[in-house]
Ligand binder design. Structure first.
Ligand code: PPE
Length: 305
């Protein structure tokens, strides 16, 4: 999706002009993929722009860095302040926010110990990730021929730059085959997640989503949806899913910061009722929650001023 520039990008402590937010071609992470990033959304609320679950996202960024053994030069609090400053500088009510920490210019070779760590935060307007009608119409999933990383290959719990080679291979394969998104299976054959979302199915009135141990990212939307689902009176739990569990789901949907809550209408051409009643209720509640319209979830909306 094309990027629409905004005025400023935060780089290592300063807000610089969008056009000046550049890195050298010998930036370490560009060559070796050892970087960590986040995807966050800010939404317009009655109290002005608010970043949804900002603290949790920045904490996960720090956890991802710990997994890579990357020393983070800014604390969680500093990055929260920096993110709010960057969002405010755009003048936008809602936007997508992309913090990234990467090994910088000055060292080459696989040893990251001597490398400097640079951090930047960019924001831009980003619309519906899986199409405007992804709740009502639903998306078509295809099981990928690409296997998700196992924990001893590329740690799936860390949101690392390099992990997304696997995701992009799967996404492009699915799109070229005429589907909207790829289902990734772990090396043991169980369902992990999609290329950029966690996956939920409903069976016999219970919502199930694969756990971190199955190779899924510990999704913040996943956790939000579990809370919303239980508050709506639905049962929701993490559990292992086999590919066939997807085929016989009563409902299925994918969740992520970018994708929000999007219904699934088929997996490998097996149709799934869409949108199911649980999916619709959760999508509507999520949409209100991120915009600060539900009192009990208002603490998730971290205002920018
Ligand atoms: N799994 C993967 C592999 C993933 O990339 C995401 C987010 C999720 C699960 C859901 O995580 P969370 O956002 O915390 O609920 N994917 C981000 C990147 C998308 C992109 O194209 O870039 C996102 O949704 O922002």
């Amino acid at each position: 999706m094309p990027i629409t520039p905004t005025p400023k990008i935060w780089m290592n402590g300063d807000l610089v002009d969008w056009a000046d937010a550049k890195v050298h071609v010998l930036t370490h992470t560009l060559h070796y993929g050892m970087g960590v990033f986040e995807g966050i959304r800010a939404y317009e609320t009655a109290d002005g722009p608010a970043v949804f679950r900002l603290t949790e996202h920045i904490e996960r960024l720090h956890r991802s860095a710990r997994i890579l053994g990357m020393p983070m030069p800014y604390s969680v609090d500093e990055l929260i302040t920096a993110t709010k400053q960057t969002v405010a500088s755009t003048g936008l009510g809602s936007c997508y926010v992309r913090p990234i920490a990467y090994f910088g210019y000055g060292e080459m070779g696989l040893n990251t110990i001597p490398c400097s760590v640079d951090v930047s935060i960019a924001c831009w307007p980003w619309g519906a990730y899986l199409g405007d009608d992804a709740v009502e119409k639903g998306i078509r999933l295809k099981t990928s021929s690409w296997t998700r990383h196992d924990h001893n290959t590329m740690p799936p719990a860390a949101k690392t730059v390099g992990n997304y080679v696997n995701s992009s291979l799967a996404k492009v394969e699915a799109l070229r085959a005429g589907y909207d998104e790829a289902v990734m299976l772990a090396p043991n054959g169980l369902v992990a997640e999609c290329s950029g979302e966690n996956l939920f199915v409903a069976r016999h009135g219970t919502l199930l989503t694969p756990p971190l141990s199955a190779g899924a990212l510990e999704g913040i939307t996943q956790s939000t949806v579990m809370t919303i689902a239980r508050d709506l009176g639905f049962e929701a739990q993490t559990d292992n899913l086999a590919r066939s569990d997807l085929y016989i789901a009563d409902e299925a949907f994918v969740v992520g910061t970018a994708a929000e809550v999007s219904s699934v209408n088929s997996v490998d051409d097996r149709e799934i009722p869409c949108p199911g009643p649980m999916t619709r209720a959760i999508a509507e509640t999520y949409s209100d929650a991120v915009r600060g319209r539900i009192e009990r979830y208002r603490h998730w909306c971290e205002t920018v001023d």
